[in-house]
Design a protein around this ligand. Structure first.
Ligand SMILES: C[S@@+](CC[C@H](N)C(=O)[O-])C[C@H]1O[C@@H](n2cnc3c(N)ncnc32)[C@H](O)[C@@H]1O
Length: 328
């Protein structure tokens, strides 16, 4: 059993740092949980007490429109349907495939032809980034008719490309990939999108439709152990780009280093561009280059590996779901 005071602190922190100004509903509910001994007692009996997992489990049962609206509704719901919430929380782990992050990655791509490898690709939706439409203020990129419409506020000298880069090869790797044809997995993916985030839900649905018509290849595997075999398949006549977002926080520092060593080794045969879009603090080399931050931001880093040598650049600060990109 976890310390209930810790859970209260965790929900309070989640409310203040992640929800305030981004989801009134989760802000109010997370604050209410942080002061509710009954609900906290229920959460303390779960193997994982993460706020996102608790709320997503409820949303899976209620749908986004039926989510409890107040702390007292939430307490009643937990009392009435605790057994079902518990079953979801014991079986599931939070999962996202946030295509909004492609608006952050696109300006950081080198010119093509490109071979893309995404690690921690989930359902592989971000591998379809050249099939989306992007709006950076008055600059538009991509097919206007795309079912995925991404809007991103560009701050500073963002090097917006004049056209979509040519992507000639793409593969994903994920320890637990999502099959876009698996309705149950997709329902969970949707439940992990916060209820008021209608635009995020719409673009996720659009990306799933695109992927169902033309699924990206995502292999099951670990981002260190199984990466060399995947990189060996990449065609020679394209610039290799290995990228990820919201992934390296799931692996230890040693595994992060082992991942970078795979890229360095590969660069003794061919140049490698590594794009990392991760929360501040996850990659020490990028965090060391970052200014101090007053809100939750991802650090967009680009590392070029040539002949085993690495050169790191911190390019930008990014909203975690790609709503803003501030170039440094
Ligand atoms: C938060 S999701 C992010 C998904 C996607 N990159 C995005 O931005 O939408 C993290 C993903 O990393 C995957 N993952 C975690 N550890 C991994 C590992 N060691 N090797 C490969 N994938 C991993 C998870 O299965 C999950 O799909």
């Amino acid at each position: 059993m976890v310390d209930t005071a810790d859970i209260k602190r965790r929900f309070r922190k989640f409310a203040d740092l992640e929800c305030k100004g981004y989801s009134d509903l989760y802000y109010q509910l997370a604050l209410a949980v942080s002061e509710d001994d009954d609900v906290v007692g229920f959460i303390a009996g779960m193997p994982v007490t993460q706020p996102n997992l608790f709320f997503a489990s409820i949303q899976l049962l209620t749908g986004s429109a039926g989510m409890p609206a107040t702390g007292s509704d939430l307490r009643t719901f937990v009392k009435q349907r605790g057994r079902e919430i518990s079953a979801v929380m014991r079986w599931r782990r939070t999962q996202t495939n946030e295509v909004g992050r492609c608006a952050v990655l696109l300006p950081a791509l080198p010119s093509g032809p490109l071979a893309l490898v995404e690690v921690g690709a989930s359902a592989g939706l971000c591998l379809l980034l050249d099939r989306f439409h992007y709006e950076y203020g008055s600059t538009r990129i991509g097919a206007a008719s795309s079912p995925v419409q991404l809007r991103c506020t560009a701050v500073g000298p963002v090097p917006l490309p004049g056209a979509m880069p040519q992507i000639v090869w793409r593969r994903g790797l994920d320890v637990s990939p999502i099959d876009v044809h698996d309705d149950d997995a997709i329902r969970w993916l949707m439940a992990c999108v916060w209820p008021e985030h209608h635009e995020r839900r719409r673009r996720l649905e659009g990306a799933i439709d695109l992927a169902r018509a033309n699924p990206p290849t995502v292999s099951a595997g670990d981002l260190v152990d199984d990466l060399p075999a995947m990189l060996a398949e990449v065609p020679d006549d394209a610039q290799l780009v290995v990228f990820h977002s919201a992934v390296l926080s799931y692996v230890s520092r040693n595994r992060q280093q082992a991942f970078a060593e795979v890229l360095a080794d590969t660069s003794t045969r061919r140049d490698v561009v590594w794009l990392a879009n991760e929360a501040s603090g996850v990659i020490p080399e990028m965090t060391a280059l970052a200014p101090s931050l007053s809100s939750l931001r991802f650090l967009l880093g680009r590392t070029r590996f040539t002949n085993g040598q690495r050169h790191d650049d911190l390019l930008a600060l990014a909203h975690p779901h790609g709503a803003e990109l501030a170039w440094l």
